[in-house]
Design a protein around this ligand. Structure first.
Ligand SMILES: Nc1ncnc2c1ncn2[C@@H]1O[C@H](COP(=O)(O)OP(=O)(O)OP(=O)(O)O)[C@@H](O)[C@H]1O
Ligand SMILES: [Mg+2]
Length: 254
C-alpha cells in the first residue's frame, strides 16, 4: 500500500521584488519521515517553511500538506492544515510567566479545551519523554538553553500534530547540549510518529536526526538524500557546503 506524501511541493516559486528566492521547488516528504533542510544563510529556508504553514503563498507552483492545497489561499484549507501542524520557533518563544508545565499545557487548554486530568496525563508523558519532569514547576527564565529548546519542542508536539516544523531547533547551543536535544527530539518524534521538517545550520544535527537531508541552493533543492548518500554527493554545491562547514569548524576550534 502506498500513501500520498504528507508534503508535496511542485514547481514552487517565490520572489520578493527583484529577488528570486525560490525558483522551482519540487519536494515530497513521506508520512513519518524526518526531512532536514540545509542551506547557507539567506538561501530561503525560512521562506520555504512559511509556505508549509500557509504564511506565504507561492507566485507559481503548488503546495500540498496532508492533501490540503495551500497555494490557492482558501481559508478553510489553511485552517485544516494549521490544526495539523506544530511549529517550534527559532527563539523558542516560551511564555516567561508560565511554568514549564503550563507552557506545554497551553495549546491543549487553549485549542483543544481538554479536561484538566487529560491535560495532565498528556503533559506528564511529554515531560517524561524529554527529561523535563523535574523542571515542570520552574519558570523558563533560569532554564538552560537546552532545556528551553526541549520545552519548546514539547509544546510544539503537544497537540500531536501530523507535521512538526522546526526552524533551527538547536541554534546557539554547544555541541554536547545540541546532541542531547537532538536525541530527545528523535526519541520523542519516533515515539509520537510525527513527520518532521527541520531547518538547521548544524551538520552533525542534520546527519543525526534526518531520514533525508536536502540542500537549498539558488532557489532549488539540488540534492535530497539519506545522510550517507548526501555526504558522498558529487554535486559541486554540496561539496562546497560540506567543505565550508568543515573549515568553519576547524577555525572555531583553533
Ligand atoms: N517578507 C519578506 N520580504 C522581502 N524579502 C524577504 C521576506 N522574507 C524573506 N526575504 C528575503 O528572502 C531571502 C531568504 O530569506 P530566509 O529568511 O528564507 O533565509 P534563510 O535561508 O532562512 O536564512 P538564515 O539561515 O539566515 O535563517 C533573504 O534575502 C530575505 O531577505
Ligand atoms: Mg531562516
Amino acid at each position: 500500500m502506498s500513501t500520498a506524501p504528507l508534503i508535496e511541493l511542485r514547481g514552487v516559486k517565490k520572489s520578493f521584488g527583484e529577488a528570486i528566492v525560490l525558483d522551482g521547488i519540487d519536494l515530497d516528504v513521506a508520512e513519518g519521515e524526518t526531512f532536514v533542510l540545509l542551506g547557507t544563510s539567506g538561501s530561503g529556508k525560512t521562506v520555504l517553511m512559511k509556505h508549509l504553514e500557509g504564511l506565504l503563498r507561492p507566485d507559481a507552483g503548488t503546495v500540498r500538506v496532508g492533501g490540503h492545497e495551500l497555494s490557492a489561499g482558501d481559508p478553510r484549507e489553511l485552517d485544516a492544515v494549521r490544526r495539523e501542524v506544530g511549529v517550534q520557533f527559532q527563539s523558542g518563544a516560551l511564555f516567561d510567566s508560565l511554568s514549564v508545565f503550563d507552557n506545554v499545557a497551553f495549546p491543549l487548554r487553549e485549542l483543544r479545551h481538554l479536561k484538566e486530568d487529560e491535560v495532565k496525563a498528556r503533559v506528564d508523558e511529554l515531560l517524561a519523554l524529554l527529561g523535563l519532569t523535574d523542571a515542570q514547576k520552574l519558570l523558563p527564565g533560569p532554564l538552560s538553553g537546552g532545556m528551553r529548546k526541549r520545552v519548546a519542542f514539547a509544546r510544539a508536539v503537544a497537540l500531536r500534530p501530523r507535521l512538526l516544523l522546526a526552524d533551527e531547533p538547536t541554534a546557539g547551543l554547544d555541541p554536547m547540549t545540541t546532541a542531547a536535544v537532538d536525541d530527545a527530539i528523535v526519541l520523542a518524534q519516533k515515539k509520537l510518529g510525527v513527520t518532521a521538517f527541520v531547518i538547521t545550520h548544524d551538520l552533525p544535527t542534520a546527519f543525526r536526526i534526518a531520514d533525508r537531508v536536502g540542500l537549498l541552493h539558488e532557489g532549488r533543492i539540488i540534492e535530497a538524500a539519506p545522510p550517507e548518500v548526501f555526504r558522498r554527493s558529487a554535486h559541486p554545491a554540496v561539496r562546497r557546503f560540506l567543505k565550508d562547514w568543515l573549515e568553519r569548524e576547524e577555525a572555531a576550534r583553533a
